[in-house]
Design a protein around this ligand. Structure first.
Ligand code: OGA
Ligand code: ZN
Length: 371
């Protein structure tokens, strides 16, 4: 147990830890999180916060075994496990097995060093699943190889992570040169680096592209770490970075069945100021509608990020082979491909998505049962 002593203040409990640091827990927080307020089976909160006075008065606190026994002036007694206090210190995030920091990369990382994992162990063994998913969370891009030559093989790996995300392109999609395409991916033209479906309110999280055949001339794959390019822009051109964070631009996909649009910024920051999302797709960006006064500065910023997506300094390139699947965080890693010549051979990728929430839930469950 990490907890050394308890001190009572009327408005707070002050805990001294074994390393002699202290943490203050306000009494309203303590009452709000008293275990007696939870449903015994679902562990959801039943307690009505408005039924508690705004400033409960703490009168005593005793440490017995691994529990802080707290007594209040109104007679209520709480048994607070020491681990609960330890893991939920005000001002700090609770430990989270899914909170794996992004390790940013540029071209000098080398395409040969993209983390590679074999499919069969991922399917059969939770430790192999966890090792692959941890690499994916950190690097944002992995290759799963030795997949069976069937369109189900990649989907089975994706389903080890969680539910597939269904979109207007279906639950899975075939990336083949098709007649009447509704998406540039379904042609043989080059696809510049992009993130998929930035026009969605929440773009798909992890993308799985299982290569079944790549026999045409061309059709090489390109990847770049969108977070790295954003961080470099932040250092080199803070004004451009701020505009990309703060100005929402339109994104739109439309065909005969759907017209899906949002306004969002290219770069989204998280609570800690770190980049948590990139939306960048030159072919789905809508018609810019910021004021004319803002346009020159915005275009300058947007072109600065676009120029990074063209800079070889950020690119990893490879040609996928049948039996390989790239899996990447579509809200971080930009992907693209070279044009290919369909008259020279068949090219077929089978794709699907699993959202970040499902992915993070699986990582937590692999770390141990929910507390
Ligand atoms: C896609 C895509 C890449 C490729 O389907 O969204 O970008 O290599 N495909 O065909
Ligand atoms: Zn794409």
């Amino acid at each position: 147990m990490n907890l050394k002593t308890l001190a009572v203040r009327p408005d707070a409990l002050v805990v001294t830890w074994l390393d002699d640091t202290t943490t203050t827990f306000p009494t309203l927080w303590l009452r709000d999180n008293c275990l007696s307020g939870l449903h015994p089976e679902t562990h959801e909160r039943l307690l009505d916060l408005l039924e508690i006075e705004e400033s409960p008065v703490l009168t005593a606190a005793d440490l017995t075994d691994d529990t802080a026994v707290l007594t209040y002036a109104d007679g209520h007694i709480s048994q607070m496990p020491a681990t609960l206090l330890d893991q939920h210190r005000p001002g700090a995030r609770a430990p989270d097995a899914a909170d794996i920091p992004a390790a940013h990369w540029r071209a000098d990382h080398g395409a040969d060093n993209i983390p590679r994992h074999v499919a069969a162990p991922i399917l059969a063994d939770d430790k192999a699943l966890q090792a692959w998913m941890s690499d994916l969370a950190s690097f944002g891009l992995t290759i799963v190889d030795q997949l069976a030559d069937s369109t189900d093989a990649g989907v089975s790996v994706a389903e080890r992570v969680g539910f597939l995300r269904r979109t207007n392109f279906g639950t899975t999609f075939e990336v083949i040169n098709k007649p009447d395409p509704n998406n540039l991916a379904y042609t043989s033209v080059a696809l510049p680096l992009h993130t998929d479906l930035p026009n969605q309110e929440v773009p798909p999280g992890y993308q799985f592209l299982h290569c079944l055949a790549n026999e045409a001339t061309g059709g090489g794959s390109i990847f770049a770490d969108g977070f790295m390019m954003a961080e470099d822009l932040r250092n080199e051109d803070p004004e451009a970075f701020d505009l990309l964070c703060n100005v929402a631009i339109p994104f739109r996909f439309h065909d005969g069945d759907a017209d899906i649009r949002v306004h969002r910024p290219v770069i989204t920051l998280g609570a800690r100021g770190n980049v948590i999302e990139i939306r960048y797709n030159a072919h789905l960006a809508g018609i810019f509608d910021m004021s004319a006064d803002q346009m020159p500065a915005y275009y300058r910023a947007y072109r600065a990020y676009m120029a990074k997506t063209r800079d070889p300094k950020y690119r990893l390139t490879l040609k996928l082979q049948g039996g390989e699947m790239v899996v990447f965080d579509n809200r971080r890693v930009l992907h693209g491909r070279d044009a290919f010549d369909p008259s020279t051979g068949f090219r077929h990728l089978h794709g699907c998505y699993v959202d970040r929430g499902e992915f993070m839930s699986r990582l937590r469950m692999l770390d141990g049962p929910a507390a």
